[in-house]
Structures are given as C-alpha cells and as structure tokens.
Design a protein around this ligand. Structure first.
Ligand SMILES: Cc1cc2nc3c(=O)[nH]c(=O)nc-3n(C[C@H](O)[C@H](O)[C@H](O)COP(=O)(O)O)c2cc1C
Length: 346
C-alpha cells in the first residue's frame, strides 16, 4: 500500500479515511446500509439526500451513525461519511441546517453551481464542501466560491451526465487544478484506472455503479441481477428527439421504459405542433415521464418500466459481493498496476 498511500494521501487526509475512494451518492441506493458499509471498510460513504425531506435526511444521518464502527483506539479515526444534496431541492436551507445540527463533516453539492450562501453556510459550521466541476472554468469559479474539493464526473457515469468523457475532463482539469483535491468519477470499474488517475494528479476517485451490487446495498435483487447481466453498451444516455424540448441526459440500462420515453416525446411533440398542448405543458409532460422511475426500479425491482440508472462500468460488475471484497479487489488491482509500472521503469 506504500505507493498507493502516498499517491492518494491528499485525498485520504481530506476525507479522513483510509482509502480515497468515495462511494458516489446514488438516490435510493446510498442509504444507511451501503454508506456505513463503505465507511466501515475504510472508504468514504455518501448519503444520497435526493428528494428526502429535512426530517428524513436527519433520521438517515442518525441511523447511519448508529451503524458505524467505533475507532478501535485513539490512534485510529472513527469512520466518517458525507451527505450529497441536489441543489434543485426546494428546501436547501433546511437541509443544510440538518447537516449543521448533525455536524456532517463533508457536504457534496450536486446538480449545478450552488449559491455562494449555501457554501458559506456549510463552511461556517466547519464542514468541507465538495462540488462537481464539468469544466476547468467552472472548477475555478467553484474554488473562488469556496469549494474545498472538486469532483469531475465524465459521461461514462450512471445517472445524470454531462457531455464530456472522464478521460478528457481529467486531462483538461487535473494539470491545472492544484489548489484543491480533485476526485475523478465516471466509468471506473477497476483499480488500474484508479491508479492511473492518481498518477495523473487526482487525489482520489468516486465510484457508483461498482457498489450497486454490494451485499450491503438494499437495491432490489432484480435491480442487481440486471446490473450483473448488463454490458457497457447496454448503459445508454436518454435520447432527446427535438431541440425545442430539452431532455437532461441520464445514463441507464436500455429497457421498455427507454422505448416508451421516445414514444412519449413523439406524441407530446405532435400534440404541441397540432396546438393541443402549449409549450410549457408539453415540456412538463416530457419531464414528468421519469418521475418516480428510479424508485420503481431500485426498490420495487421493476427493471423494465423503471429507470435502471447505471454507468458503462456495469460490464465490470459480475456478482454480489461485500463492500470490503470490492474494495480489496480495486486496491489489489491498483497496487499490481503500480508495481508493474515500477518494475518496467527499473
Ligand atoms: C443509480 C444511480 C443513482 C445516482 N444518484 C445520484 C444522486 O442522487 N446524486 C448524485 O450527485 N449523483 C448520483 N449518481 C452518480 C454517482 O454519485 C456517481 O458519481 C457515479 O455513479 C460515478 O460513476 P460510475 O457510475 O461510472 O461509477 C447516481 C448514479 C447511479 C448509478
């Protein structure tokens, strides 16, 4: 672990854990069980607040803490975890107040550029703020606003995605962004990729897809089965039919809902063109199509009509295994890769 430890020491110091591997917050999946399992195993779990009410978030934080193992001695840090807030949530101030009351050490702000008041409020109670940077320019802006670390997430990732790949973002951002730790997300399924991004200057990584099939994940068995049988090419971004009706791209396993969404857009656009719907109503109908669809897949196990959000690394998910085993595999692969490179240069 020597070389790996030194490669990601900035990340481990920042997160306060053994491995600079964040379990990316996944709505419905990243709840107390998966988050505590990740943090107990030495990585960094992050609760997905998603659309939770402030009261539910507070409960989830309390329950997660109950599952955390205590530090074995004063020499060891007790495991910690973060909370992911999506900035479109209508009660951001209240959610931040919950994080403050519960003294959450790291808050990840997702979904766009946060208001500087929110960043200030989080930092004022002593927590660290992580923000998503889809480009170097926005990364610099976020640092000026006070972000303590950046996550750069490429379009290989599962869930809501931007237009640029992880490898291009890493090349554009890592050489120029030294002020704060940068974590790389999107498409990471093996340890070799972790080591390579660390060698490029990343302080750590964030993985989501790889942890969905953890034994500790509460995702429905059918959701997990769907991950295990899917290949990279099955995880596709949602398609937008008309430039007048924007669709936020989401990467998910193609299923019956994917086809139904295309049909829904066609019908709604025809209704708009014929005058049966005005533009706002048509856009709303398109946006509402996916409402509740992730829950339907993750919790109810409806993998045909729900949204099976998954990244391209889904092809590297082959079985259900404990978080600790997944981490061991990733770290083993990263170490082997570093050792091979070392012996080549020697
Ligand atoms: C099922 C699912 C749900 C997700 N939900 C969220 C979310 O609520 N908030 C967020 O910031 N990112 C969300 N993500 C993105 C992950 O946090 C993480 O950044 C991403 O999965 C990393 O890429 P990977 O899937 O290639 O490992 C989600 C991803 C998946 C697969």
């Amino acid at each position: 672990m020597g070389k790996l430890n030194s490669l990601w020491s900035r990340g481990t110091d920042f997160l306060g854990c053994k491995y600079a591997i964040m379990g990316g917050a996944m709505s419905w999946v990243s709840e107390r069980n998966l988050v505590a399992a990740l943090s107990n195993a030495g990585a960094f779990g992050v609760i997905a607040c998603s659309a939770m009410t402030p009261a539910l978030l507070e409960q989830e934080i309390i329950e997660t803490r109950k599952l955390l193992r205590q530090a074995p001695s004063t020499k060891h840090q007790a495991p910690t975890f973060g909370v992911n807030l999506i900035i479109m949530h209508p009660q951001m101030d209240e959610l931040i107040a919950v994080c403050k009351r519960q003294n959450v050490s790291h808050v990840v702000l997702a979904g766009g550029i946060p208001k500087d008041g929110w960043i200030k409020a989080i930092k004022a109670y002593g927590a660290k703020v992580l923000c998503f940077a889809p480009s170097a320019i926005i990364g610099r802006k976020l640092i000026r606003l006070g972000a303590d670390a950046l996550v750069i997430e490429g379009m290989e990732a599962g869930g809501h995605i931007g237009p640029v790949t992880t490898s291009v973002l890493a090349q554009e951002i890592l050489p120029h962004m030294k002020d704060v730790p940068v974590f790389i997300a999107g498409g990471i399924g093996r340890g070799e990729a972790i080591a390579a991004y660390l060698e490029m200057g990343a302080s750590g990584v964030q993985l989501g897809t790889r942890f969905v099939c953890a034994s500790e994940s509460i995702a429905h068995p059918k959701f997990k089965e769907c991950f295990i049988r899917s290949q990279a090419r099955d995880a596709v971004p949602s398609v937008q039919l008309d430039p007048d009706f924007p669709v936020i791209p989401v990467r998910a396993i193609a299923n019956k809902a994917t086809d139904a969404f295309t049909r829904c857009q066609k019908e709604v656009i025809e209704q708009y063109r014929s005058g049966a719907l005005d533009k706002k109503a048509a856009q709303l109908k398109i946006e509402h199509f996916w409402a509740g669809a992730l829950r339907k897949a993750v919790i109810d196990g409806d993998v045909e009509y729900g949204s099976v959000m998954a990244g391209q690394s889904v092809g590297m998910v082959s079985k259900i295994q404990p978080v600790s085993e997944i981490l061991e595999e990733l770290i083993g692969q990263a170490e082997e890769y570093i050792a091979r490179r070392k012996s080549k240069t020697a």
